[in-house]
Design a protein around this ligand. Structure first.
Ligand code: DQA
Length: 154
């Protein structure tokens, strides 16, 4: 299974960016943990991990992977709350999407409570810091597995 992992704006500064909210782990730490999880997984998973601060670039990246990605993990960061274009790109590709947040957006400012992305996602994982990414990857492997609708073992 080919899984595209997308990090949105300002996530390249993780570690330095408001660590009281987003934690001390860097984006490299998170990407390394995802790679490690895949290496230890019995499933045949290929990850491609990209970050962009630009909405249009994220839209382009999503579209360019229409024939490659079996699933998409995305932390759209601030674009979660603003971007119909990213939502439309994800809907166009049509593969399962899991929305990720480090923080619990519902415990924060009201403007973070609405997501344009959730409506095209199979699920949302948030509030667990860097571990949100691992949980989302595990969930995606389950969703893409053969018995995803009726089996807790996959
Ligand atoms: C975030 C939450 C967003 O509201 C915020 O704009 C981010 C990060 C998170 O991972 O908690 O940049 O997506």
């Amino acid at each position: 299974m080919n899984i595209l992992v997308l990090h949105g704006p300002n996530l390249h500064l993780l570690g330095k960016r408001q660590p009281e909210i987003y934690g001390h782990q860097t984006l490299n730490d998170i990407n390394g943990a995802l790679d490690q999880f895949v290496a230890a997984s019995p499933h045949n998973v290929v990850l491609k991990i990209l970050q962009s601060n630009h909405e249009g670039e994220l839209v382009s990246i999503i579209g360019e992977h229409i024939d490659w990605a079996d699933g998409i993990l995305i932390n759209p960061a601030a674009y979660t709350h603003t971007s119909i274009a990213i939502r439309d790109a994800l809907a166009t590709v049509g593969v399962p999407v899991i929305e990720i947040h480090l923080s619990n957006i519902y415990a924060r400012e009201e403007f973070r409570h609405h997501s344009y992305i959730s409506g095209v996602a199979v699920g949302v994982v948030g509030g667990f810091g860097a571990y949100s990414y691992i949980l989302a990857l595990e969930a995606m492997i389950h969703v893409l597995g053969p018995n995803s609708t009726d089996n807790l073992d996959e």
